[in-house]
Design a protein around this ligand. Sequence first.
Ligand code: ARG
Length: 460
Amino acid sequence: ATNASWGGRFSEPTDAFVARYTASVNFDQRMYAQDIQGSVAHAKMLCKVGVLNEQERDDILRGLEEVRQEIETGQFNWSVELEDVHMNIEAALTAKIGITGKKLHTGRSRNDQVATDIRLYMRDEIDVIATELTRLQQGLVELAEAQADTIMPGFTHLQTAQPVTFGHHLLAWNEMLERDYARLMDCRKRINILPLGAAALAGTTYPIDRFYTAELLGFDRPTENSLDSVSDRDFAIEFTSVASLIMMHMSRFSEELVLWASAQFQFIDLPDRFCTGSSIMPQKKNPDVPELVRGKTGRVYGHMISLLTLMKSQPLAYNKDNQEDKEPLFDTVDTLRDSLRAFADMAPHLQPKKEFMYEAAKRGFSTATDLADYVVRKGIPFRDAHEIVGKAVAYGIESGKDLSDMTLEELQQFSDQISADVFDVLTLEGSVAARDHIGGTAPDQVRAAAARAKEALAQR
Ligand code: ARG
């Protein structure tokens, strides 16, 4: 037999391999709930404008509900011959309710149907992702508050630079994620617009009420142009680019966790339940979760490039190429959501090893800038102060002493402007406390920043 959905003009059935090659049902069945949701709204709209009568509408709604039950209880028989999720559900509906099922597709095409389904699906997934992102941020901010006084080395070029607080470092991560959240919400705004009603490409001759359908589905408004509605996938590219940024941030975060969990740094302990061991080396505890997040970042970048490439040469309006949008999109959703979830679970349980952090900060002459600033305050130009402290550091390297471990006499070899009060600024505590302005690492500033961040999260 020729295909039930379009067989009229065909003289032979689709080749069996071509049917498999062109089918998407194996992956797009993931959108079954959104497909039914869209069909329910479409049927209600058709009834409102008089294209379907109430009996027909009610039969369709009942039939779609039965289809949903079958899918959710695993009884639905997905068929590759029926190509995609849309035609599978429509065929099942017709099998259940008879001829009325064939009326559902009035004034609609799979082109606007699939565009609607993806937007509904992405809106749902973005809401889940946003929740995980918020949970991760909450964990970071709370830990930051608790670690506002914990001193660690801050780095540039991965060389010890100046002391910072661990709380301050955690809040840096939170800032990145805060911007990511804003980008995600901005992306959601452009997704939340209804393409249904565009039909195949030009609109439809039925007296449809797209504002009503939009309202039923919780979209902000209908799209403005039917050609654009069925061909646009830039919302999906935008989502993968937001996802790429989030993964990039989490990958940087991962890189630091992997380094810090090493015997060379010993800055943190990851809970055992987030790590695995080695089958040969009994001593090993490997930071698998951050390593995998770092590794999975690449696949999300890849999906963004796939989608950009998918779209780059498509003439208006819909092309079958677009069916290729789904797998990259779905995998991006899964990867991002699961990576965020793993980190949201893990972050509150990062255990800083404070003594090692403190020792490491002392080891790297991290208060050298504080000494230079001190000498400047005594009236010496900064460039000369830089030179003086550079010599003190060279002496420290040679003698194996941190600046704060030198005697006053030792320090005075480098400048007669140095007096006993120098030790107030050479300590790590003095150094961080002195950076006491908004955005600075002083413990009081970190506590205040954490409080503001908490407040912002509570407003979501
Ligand atoms: N499965 C298709 C997709 O994912 C649905 C739309 C197909 N429309 C068509 N005229 N072939 O894009």
